[in-house]
Design a protein around this ligand. Structure first.
Ligand code: PLP
Ligand code: COI
Length: 349
């Protein structure tokens, strides 16, 4: 039983099928405080604001990281979260990399359980295409003026019901290769989910959208020769002989969706491979896409690179193998097929 949040079983009054990827207020969020060397028990609160010391390390020195995962209502009416332990492990890795105190795996999972349970009426109904986006956040709270890690941290999780990240959902989008901006350095923090990586991508993302593209594709920062990823998602391609390939790089976020697709692509006979993907190869692929929690699988219809364009969709529809992967992933997330890999965690009612 939650200490706050609604016990109402009635779904919230929202136009579920029209939701965009944006913030909708829910009943509560959960917060845990780390001080004097230990985490407290966590508390659910209705407060949407956070009191932060003006000298906190999250404001000055980028001691901030986050996660993103989703809850779904299944065909059978359960509420499930997808691969939550993987997100917990990634926050542990991220936190340690920038000298923050991460929550334990158990605490992360418990926080997600509690906040989803307390906001159950915001989990979009099965069949609407929408989902409950879960955003865990870890920030350095202690005041520092010298560049040093904080002693105190806050871990919080909020949830918000969302529709597709790219506005048309499972429809091909146009992307453009960004050559003037590097997202992340090879020995930097591109492989962890810190806010600074997103700050670095804002300018290129805005410029891509101004030119009529959905987002930018980044190249590796060292040689500008290989594909890294896009602002909010990993990149994959399907070769003309039906192989699933995805970039191997030290400066991209290890996507949990991509890891799942690699498993599913193997099961579908697509011989998945992670390897450096030279940018010239885009002109040889049969299909391409980006993948992530928010993006799910977003098919790429074309990629502009300088004065050339690689086109994968001529009729505005996704390619056949991208469609197979999407259908298989969605069917697992919505429990339309058995959860053979144990990727779903049921939230107790
Ligand atoms: N790459 C970046 C930069 C992202 O922000 C995300 C989103 O989390 C991803 C890739 C996809 O990762 P995941 O599938 O774990 O959501
Ligand atoms: C996600 O897919 O969860 C992301 O974090 C991508 C983006 C919304 C930042």
């Amino acid at each position: 039983m939650s200490d706050i949040g609604t016990q109402e079983t009635q779904k919230a009054d929202l136009n579920w099928s029209e939701l965009i990827f944006g913030y909708t207020k829910t009943d509560c969020n959960i917060r845990y405080t780390y001080s004097n060397g230990h985490w407290d028990e966590g508390v659910l609160t209705k407060d949407e604001t956070i009191p932060v010391h003006m000298a906190a390390t999250c404001l000055h020195y980028g001691q901030e990281c986050f996660e993103g995962l989703k809850a779904f209502e299944t065909k059978g009416g359960d509420v499930v979260v997808f691969r939550v332990e993987e997100n917990a492990k990634r926050m542990d890795f991220t936190g340690r990399k920038i000298l923050m105190q991460p929550p334990s795996i158990e605490m992360f999972v418990e926080a997600v359980d509690r906040v989803v349970q307390a906001n159950r009426r915001f989990v979009p109904p099965y069949g609407t295409g929408a989902s409950l986006y879960i955003r865990p956040l870890l920030i350095g709270m202690g005041p520092r003026v010298g560049v040093k890690p904080a002693d105190d941290y806050m871990f919080m999780v909020f949830v918000t019901p969302v529709g597709p990240y790219f506005k048309n959902g499972f429809k091909p989008v146009k992307m453009i290769v960004e050559e003037k901006v590097d997202r992340a350095a090879p020995l930097g923090v591109g492989d962890v989910k810190v806010g600074g990586n997103y700050a670095a991508s804002l300018r290129a993302g805005a410029s891509a959208r101004e030119k009529g593209y959905a987002d930018a594709v980044y190249l590796d920062a060292k040689e500008h020769k290989y594909i890294d990823e896009s602002g909010p998602a990993n990149f994959f391609a399907i070769t003309k002989d039906g192989q699933y390939i995805t970039p191997k790089s030290d400066s991209i976020l290890p996507s949990i969706t991509n890891k799942s697709l690699i498993t599913l692509a193997g099961e579908l006979g697509m011989r998945p491979e992670r390897r450096p993907i030279a940018i010239e190869e885009i002109f040889d692929f049969a299909e391409a896409g980006c993948c992530g929690t928010a993006a799910v699988i977003t098919p790429i219809g074309s990629i502009r690179h300088g004065d050339r364009e690689a086109v994968y969709s001529h009729d505005g529809e996704p390619g056949p193998l991208t469609t197979q992967l999407y259908n298989k992933l969605r069917a697992i997330q919505l429990s339309e097929v058995p959860d053979a890999h144990g990727w779903l965690r049921t939230i107790k009612g």
